[in-house]
Every structure is written in C-alpha cells, then in structure tokens.
Write a protein that binds this ligand. Structure first.
Ligand code: SF4
Length: 479
C-alpha cells in the first residue's frame, strides 16, 4: 500500500513532467492558464520575437479586467481624453490583437462572460478539481478553492506556459490551516481569512502551500471558499487549497465548461480521491477556533495588520520583533490612526464593494442585506462593482441593483476597479476607504489613499453609518 499523501502531494505528483533534482526545479504540466491585459503583453512580444506559437490555445483563456472602465457604458460612455485613459485603451486593444494572432479565446468588453479573471474561471466551470491553474496575477490562489493547485506567475513565466504548457517550479512545503468550530452570525469567510493573515503575518506562510481544513471550512459555500483561498498569498503562501466535496460538485455541475454525461460521472469519481489521506502529515499545522471569531478589519498597510472590529488598535511596542514594531509605527502614521484607540466610530470617505475576493453574487447579497431600506451616509462615496457581467446580470435579476441605487450607491460595470486603481477608479490622497478587496498597501487604491480591508457586511455597515461599525449591530444579531 502506498504511503498516505496530502492533497498537495497528490496534485504535485499528477502534474510532474520531470521531478526536481538537487540543481534543477521540477517541470510541472499546467492544465489552464488565465490571461489578462496587464501581465500578458510582454509575454506575447516574447513569443513573437522568438517565432513561437501558443502550445495549447484550448487550455488558455483571456479576459479584460484590470484596466477596464466600470462607468456604466464602459469606454463608449467615457470621454477618452487624458493620456492615462488612452494608454488603458491601448492595453486592451493590444490584448485583443494578441489573442486574435495567437488563437486564444478572449472575453472582451461587451462579452456577456467578461469579468475579473478569478471570477470568470470558476463561474464558467473552467476551474476544476485536480487541475494546475496559473495566471500572471497573485490572487490565482482563488482557484485552489476547487482542490486545484493554482498560483500566480511572473510575466516571463506567462510566456513559458504559453509556449510549452509547462512551468519550472521548486516544490513548496505544506501548511494546514484548520479552522474548527462554527462561525457566529455576522461573521463571514472574509473575517476568517483576515484572522488567518493576522495570525500568520505577511510572511508566515512563505514557501508553503496552505490546505484549509476543519468544520468551518467544510461548511463554507464555494464562493466563501474562494474568498478564503484568494488571500492565501497575503500570508506569503504559494497557493491555498480546499479538498473538493459535494459542495464543489454541486457548484460545478451544469456550468458551460464542466464535463457532461458519463464524463461528469468519471470526473466526480476521480475528484472524490482528491483529499488528504488519513495519516498524511503536513510540514506545519495551525489551528484557529472559528467559534471565537468576530468581524475582522485591518488597521495597517498590509493584510496581516488586522484585529477584531471591537478591539483597540494594537500598540506597536506590544508587537513581535523590532522590524515588526517599526513597520507598525510607519503604518499607523500613514493610516492616521492612534494605537490604543478603537477603530469603531472612525469616519470613512469611501466604501468599495468589489474585487476577486468579494464581488460575487453572495457578497452583493450580503451588502444588500444591510443597505436594503437604508441610505448611505452623507459624504460617503459607495461603489458597487460586480466581479463579472454574469454576477451583474444575476444581481439585477434579483433587484439588488435597485437596492444599491436607492441607497445612494454607484452601480458599476464589472472589473477590478478600485482594488488596484488602474482604471481611473481611485481614492484621493488622504481618503479613508473600507474595501472588500485584498490589499491595503500604501497607495494601492490611489496615491495617498488609506484602505481598511473588511467583509461586505462590515463595509455595508460603514456605508450606512459613515463610520467603522460592527455589522452585527445593524443585523440585530448577538455581538
Ligand atoms: S480584483 Fe484586484 S486582486 Fe483581483 S485580479 Fe483584479 S487587481 Fe488583482
């Protein structure tokens, strides 16, 4: 009988073209590459310069997301006057040209399947258990929610995969993050992953692939699992994954690219073997009590600087080593926050609902649950940016757009938007935002902008009160 294996080990071994040696990394076969306009341009130029073709166009799909305007009507409704808007349009035009020349399917602006790269893969059924998935984007870890080995790669690696469908990789270690117990009402998957990032710190999972396990994880929906895996990279992990189960199969069944008929039955039988065997060991394990978690929010300039919403901002002197203390002092100065003071009650300028972390239909339903019948606070700008055109249509079919608009929020087209502020949607210097996205680095949402990461429920509570608020006080559940 073979030795028990972790989920990661099973996936790694299935995709090994050539094992790692003392002097060379392993060669891995890649099942699916997702492409967007920002990190692919140079890769296509490289192929062109070297006279190379795309090895497997059918295992590659492109979408437009990072630079796309989210103003209703897109570019058609936008005066393309300034230079930055022109260069964004040129980037999108270049992607269209590259996809046509190299035979890659493209979900361009106007396509009813267009959206953020990590939203469209799962919703089209392209992302499946057991796959290796790559993209020139850090948050490719999202796809690990399906029991895939999925990670971000650099521009030169995008070219390698386009040309060979293979990738050189050094074998990472494994880290089990077990979240036991049951989440309380008003506590969501985003709170779980923010708490995990706080526990691990920005570099705590470096060199590891995380497998999330435990009763809290098993009880999450697929969209919630994607939120968790999405932010694995923020703790430094190479990837994050969750073993597929009935929740996974139910989500995938009937999606356009999912297997059909007898192929579906065979696929499910195989996918059921993709779980960590009894007795298999991880290089490290951490355990979190999910029953004790509260809504979580960041106070600093990386996602590891987080805390429960009702705690005071930590005193840098109470933190780990000197470099951690120094970066906390610097972060609090940038954020304009005071150690020892509670964040609750702090006025906010902008609330952003969006990104590949929290712009799926269940996230918009959470936001609408709080905004329904209420109005956004004066002087707070609220943007709601669906993760894809499909999410947008679903939200409109459910009347969520009406709830947002009646509350005074902006209802936008799909795209990355203020997650990365490349498309013109951005904070002004000094503005404080509560954001459902995944990064709060200095200037991430606009030069001089300050970002607090939180769940859609917490963001919605800030939108209607105008200050940082525990969402449970508006949901009338126990605090
Ligand atoms: S939403 Fe943000 S993190 Fe996600 S793919 Fe777009 S820019 Fe990257």
């Amino acid at each position: 009988m073979s030795a028990p294996k972790t989920l990661f080990e099973k996936l790694w071994e299935r995709h090994l073209v050539r094992p790692q040696t003392e002097s060379t990394p392993a060669v891995l076969y890649i099942d699916l590459q997702l492409v967007h306009e920002v990190t692919s341009a140079q890769a296509f130029t490289e192929l062109r310069n070297r006279g190379l073709k795309v090895r497997a166009p059918q295992r590659t799909i492109a979408t437009m997301d990072h630079s796309t305007p989210t103003t209703p009507g897109g570019f058609k409704a936008m005066p393309v006057l300034d230079q930055s808007a022109q260069s964004r349009k040129a980037q999108l035009d270049q992607l269209a040209k590259n996809c046509e020349e190299f035979g890659i399917p493209l979900l361009a602006l106007g396509d009813k399947r267009q959206g953020i790269v990590h939203v469209i893969g799962p919703e089209l059924g392209l992302t499946q258990p057991g796959m290796t998935v790559v993209c020139g984007d850090s948050h490719t870890s999202t796809h690990g929610a399906f029991g895939a080995l999925a990670f971000g790669i650099g521009t030169s690696q995008v070219a390698h995969v386009l040309a060979s469908q293979c990738l050189l990789q050094t074998r990472p270690k494994t880290l089990e993050v077990r979240v036991d117990g049951t989440l309380r009402a008003g506590v969501s998957a985003k709170d779980v992953i923010l708490a995990v990032c706080t526990r691990l710190g920005v570099g705590g999972a470096t060199g590891h692939v995380i497998e999330y396990t435990g009763s809290v994880i098993r009880a999450l929906s697929m969209e919630e699992r994607m939120t968790v895996c999405n932010m694995s990279i923020e703790a430094g992990a190479r990837a994050g994954m969750i073993a597929p189960d009935e929740t996974t199969f139910e989500y995938l069944k009937g999606r356009p690219h999912a297997p059909k008929g007898a192929e579906w039955d065979a696929a499910v039988a195989d996918w059921q073997t993709l779980r960590t065997d009894e007795g298999a060991t991880y290089d490290q394990t951490i355990v979190i009590d999910g029953s004790a978690l509260e809504p979580w929010i960041t106070y600093g300039t990386n996602p590891g600087m987080g805390m429960s919403i009702n705690q005071p901002v930590p005193d840098p002197d109470s933190l780990g080593d000197r470099s951690e203390r120094d970066s906390a002092v610097k972060a609090l100065k940038y954020m304009g926050l005071t150690a020892g003071k509670k964040l609750a009650g702090t006025p906010v300028d902008v609330v952003f609902f969006g990104s590949c972390t929290n712009a799926r239909i269940s996230d918009l339903r959470d936001a609408a649950q709080v905004l329904r019948g209420r109005h956004v606070a004066p002087n707070v700008r609220v943007l709601v940016v669906p993760g894809s055109q499909q999410v947008k249509r679903q939200a409109e079919a459910e009347g969520l757009d009406v709830i947002f608009k009646e509350a005074g929020a902006e209802w936008r087209e799909a795209g990355c938007s203020m997650c990365i502020a490349m498309n013109g949607d951005q904070l002004r210097p000094g503005q404080l935002a509560v954001s459902t996205s995944n990064r709060n680095f200095e200037g991430r949402q606009g030069s001089g902008g300050r970002t607090l990461l939180a769940s859609p429920l917490t963001a919605a509570a800030a939108a209607v009160t105008g200050v940082i608020t525990d969402p449970r006080t508006l949901l009338e559940v126990a605090v």
